[in-house]
Structures are given as C-alpha cells and as structure tokens.
Design a protein around this ligand. Structure first.
Ligand SMILES: Nc1ncnc2c1ncn2[C@@H]1O[C@H](COP(=O)(O)OP(=O)(O)OP(=O)(O)O)[C@@H](O)[C@H]1O
Ligand SMILES: [Mg+2]
Length: 404
C-alpha cells in the first residue's frame, strides 16, 4: 500500500533497494560458482555414438566404421572407454556424411533453401508460468542441434530466456544492448544485427532482453499521438521490420514473450509467422487462456483499423507441465482437445523434475550430461521434449513444402 506519509514510502523503497542489492550479489556468486573459472557458460556436453546415431539418423555401425578407418572427425575415448564427440564434431560430421551420402545430404544439412521463407515462431500466453520460456529455449536448442540456424529474441523485461543463456541482465548487459534497442522510436535506435550476440550453444544466437523493454510500453502511446514516423513503422510492425534486415542469416527465429499483452507482445505476435500458445491443463489456466484469446481477437480488430492483419502459417496450443496421472488435468486436456481439435499439438510437454533440475543449473535438457539429474527422469523428459519439438519442426517443414 502507498502511504501518504513520505517516510513510509521511503522505508519501502530503501527496503527494496536492500533486497535487490543482496539478491543481485547472491545471484552473481551463484553464477561464479556454477561457471567457474570464466563465469561464462560453455557447452560442456559431449555426444556418444548412440546420441549421434539418433541425431544424425545414421547407423551406429557406420559411425564405428568411420572411426576404425580414421575417416572424418575422430571421437575421443572417455574414461569408461566410450567414444565421445564434441558438439563441433557433430557439425563437422554433418558436412562429412553429406558428402559421403548425397541422398541424405538434405536431411544432414537441413538449412533453409531458396523459396523457403524465414520461420518466426512466437510462444505466447499472458498466464505467467505457462512454460513459454521453457518451451522457447528447448525448441531453440533442439533446432540448433538439428543443424538449423536459430535466432532467439527475448522480449520479456524479466529476461528469463536471457538468464538461461547464462547472461545475467544486471551484470552482463550494458545500456541499449537488448531487443528494445532495435525497436525503440528515438535516435538511439540500433539495427537488430548490432544487438545479436552469438551464444555458447552451437547454431543459436540471441538478442537479449532486460527491463529496458518496459520503455517500449511507455513510449508507444506518445509516439502514436505524435506525427513522427520512421522507417520501422507503428508499434506492431517494428519487430517484423527489424527482422527483415537479418532474415538471410537464419532459418528459424524464436520470440519469447512476457506474460502480458503489451505493445511488445503484439509486435511479436505480428512478426510471428506461427504461434504456439502454451497452456497448462488446469481450470484456472484454461479460463485465463480464454481471456487471452478474447483479448487477441479484440486487438486484431484494432490492428485491422491500421490495415494490418494477423496471419499465421500455423497456430497451435501446446499442453505444458502435464502430469498424465492427474485426473483433473486429464479432464482439462480432454476439453482442450475436444474444442480445438487438431489445433492442439498431439505431443504434450510433460511435467518433469529433470526440467526443474536443469533450470536450476540454467540448462535445457539438451545440454545436461548424464548424471546431472536422474537417468530415467532425463530420458523420459527428453523423449517428451523431442516429441513436442519434432512435431513443431514437422509443421515448419510443411510450410516450407518439404515432404515429411
Ligand atoms: N515441463 C516442466 N516440468 C517441470 N517444470 C517446468 C516445466 N516447464 C516449465 N517448468 C518450470 O516452471 C516455471 C515456469 O516456466 P517458464 O519460465 O518456462 O514459464 P513462462 O510462461 O515463461 O513464465 P513467465 O510467464 O514468467 O514468462 C519454471 O521454473 C520452469 O523451470
Ligand atoms: Mg517466460
């Protein structure tokens, strides 16, 4: 509550300052401990012959034969005498095998080809904690490992996705280094290319987010009433136009949106060629999702008055944090599927202690080493994430006109 007596207001403000100072320091220490000695996140995981066979869809025997003949990138022997490949070698193997097996070259090197348009996938829902960020980053890492060129854009001032990439917004980002820089209205604006940074994850680049993104919400109303116009256009066109300058560098862009329907979320929904609405199958979440859909539909009418249309190649609901043994959840999943039919992805993102455990280490399932969480839990969680991500990739490939 805001009291009129100013000492009370100051008390709260100074208390909060005290909290953030302590919490910032603690977060900083946690990171130093986690990524010692460089405090930079790296891709530590290696790949076994079995992992590679699955990823590249080649028989293990082929990979073993290459090792015996000393052809292509050579794996190291781990302590347990198992062969392990680094993530760079996975990439080299794609090129090596593609030359060896021209029939499979398209699958081994799956990047976008002529006539296939850039895919921009936004995860959205204004319900907090519906798994938007978890879904986005798992999809991004999955696509990176599959050999695609991926750009992640964090449009959430909370910057959870940025943090999962090992960038602590309070320490690692200077002024004007986020997505806000690329869509702002004043002459401090930078091109999107200037705020893209490579990440430790192969094939995946990032435009980070931080609290600056809030300014877009404050600036937009006054820009709309002023007569100033620049080449990026109105609020909803700005992300889309900014992206057009880096289009050729990527196959798939992933937009992580905040749990609100502000101007930046609208810009993301408009820039997106496809939408994934993440919904936890529980009564309040589904009810809130309905409110979200009503708001989108109202807003698309408003956009219509500007001559803009919401058009998407695909629009799917994804059921998240699903516990298959939970009766009420099963009921709500049933309701979603009955009402929305094929617009609900067949695959569901299962609730998993492996995801929760990975998040603590700021990792996705795709970068965990065996042993970091329970083996069975990890296996089941990866199977679930793979099913979701392969289904989304299938939709992308369909848009590109590739056969399944
Ligand atoms: N399948 C899952 N199993 C277990 N935990 C999960 C799963 N998906 C997400 N979580 C956890 O739930 C929390 C919320 O997830 P996440 O941050 O992805 O949601 P969000 O929709 O992006 O939230 P916000 O609205 O705040 O942006 C996180 O702590 C995350 O680790
Ligand atoms: Mg989020």
């Amino acid at each position: 509550m805001l009291h009129s007596a100013s000492h009370n207001v100051r008390d709260t403000a100074s208390k909060i300052e005290g909290y953030t100072a302590k919490l910032s320091a603690e977060l900083h220490d946690m990171r130093e401990t986690a990524y010692f000695p460089t405090a930079r996140k790296t891709f530590a995981r290696t790949f076994s012959t079995t992992d590679l066979a699955r990823l590249l869809k080649v028989p293990e025997s082929t990979l073993r034969q290459l090792t015996i003949e000393g052809k292509g990138p050579q794996p190291e022997r781990a302590e347990n005498n198992r062969r392990t490949y680094t993530v760079e070698q996975v990439k080299e193997l794609r090129t090596f095998l593609a030359a060896l097996r021209p029939d499979e070259a398209e699958e081994l090197l799956p990047q976008r080809r002529n006539g296939e348009k850039l895919q921009v996938i936004a995860t959205a829902n204004f319900k907090g904690g519906s798994s938007k960020t978890t879904t986005s980053i798992h999809l991004a890492h999955f696509l990176g490992l599959q050999g695609y060129r991926v750009l992640c854009i964090d449009l959430d001032p909370q910057a959870s996705m940025t943090a999962l990439f090992g960038i602590q917004p309070e320490f690692d980002l200077g002024e004007n280094e986020t997505a806000y820089a690329a869509i702002r209205y004043d002459n401090e604006r930078r091109s999107l290319a200037d705020v893209i940074r490579p990440t430790y994850f192969p094939g995946v680049d990032l435009v980070p987010g931080n609290l600056e993104l809030m300014d877009f919400e404050f600036d937009t109303p006054s820009y709309l009433t002023s007569r100033n116009r620049d080449d990026l256009g109105l609020f909803f066109e700005r992300m889309s136009n900014a992206l057009s300058h880096v289009e050729n560098r990527y196959d798939i862009v992933i937009l992580d949106t905040p749990p609100s329907l502000g101007y930046s979320t609208l810009a993301a929904l408009y820039a997106a060629t496809s939408l994934i609405i993440t919904v936890h199958p529980a009564m309040l979440d589904v009810a809130s999702c309905n409110q979200f859909l009503i708001m989108i539909s109202d807003l698309s009418e408003v956009l219509g008055q500007f001559g803009a249309r919401f058009e998407h190649d695909f629009f799917r609901f994804l059921l998240t944090r699903v516990n298959p043994n939970d009766g009420p959840q099963k009921y709500m999943s049933g309701v979603m599927r009955r009402l929305f039919g094929d617009d609900v992805l067949v695959a569901e993102a299962l609730e998993s202690t492996a995801i929760a455990g990975a998040a603590v280490a700021k990792k996705t399932l795709y970068e965990l080493e065996a042993g970091e969480v329970g083996r069975e839990a990890l296996k089941r969680a990866i199977e679930s994430a793979d099913r979701v991500n392969f289904e989304i990739l299938g939709l992308v490939q369909k848009v590109w006109g590739r056969s399944a």
